[in-house]
Design a protein around this ligand. Structure first.
Ligand code: NI
Length: 139
């Protein structure tokens, strides 16, 4: 089992109250777990900033598949980057709209570039990139 260390944190009372309200809303039952998650988030962000490190990301796209050439364009792009796309999930939202979720791996900078290209493709109604991690450095 990992060794745990306790440490004290000095905080402005109002800041602590705001923090407690925030973590209650998010469903945390104690401050320690909320602080651990904040630290992990910062570590993941830093991992993304280090361009030569391999990392993971999740790209979501919503588009109308009937729009001329759009579906083909998105598929062509994905085949062009098949080594970086670990998995692709396609959900037909209704008669017209599709949700595509891509799990991608590579250098953070490259993943960001791919996401920007897909999201900015004309006709894509919504797009987002959620940074993930290989988890190797997190406990
Ligand atoms: Ni579809």
């Amino acid at each position: 089992m990992e060794k745990t260390t306790r440490f004290g944190v000095s905080l402005d009372q109002e800041l602590l109250k705001s923090f407690d309200r925030l973590i209650r809303k998010r469903g945390y039952t104690n401050r320690s777990e909320a602080i651990r998650d904040l630290i992990r988030n910062q570590l993941v962000e830093t991992e993304w900033a280090e361009t030569n490190k391999e990392t993971m990301g999740v790209i979501s796209l919503v588009y109308n598949h009937e729009r001329r050439e759009l579906a083909n364009k998105l598929i062509d792009f994905q085949h062009h980057h098949y080594l970086a796309i670990v998995s692709a999930l396609h959900v037909h939202l209704d008669h017209h709209n599709c949700l595509e979720v891509l799990i991608v791996k590579g250098k953070g900078k490259q993943i960001k570039k791919m996401a920007d290209k897909l999201i900015s493709t004309r006709g894509v109604k919504y797009g987002s990139l959620a940074p993930a991690t290989t988890g190797k450095k997190l406990v």
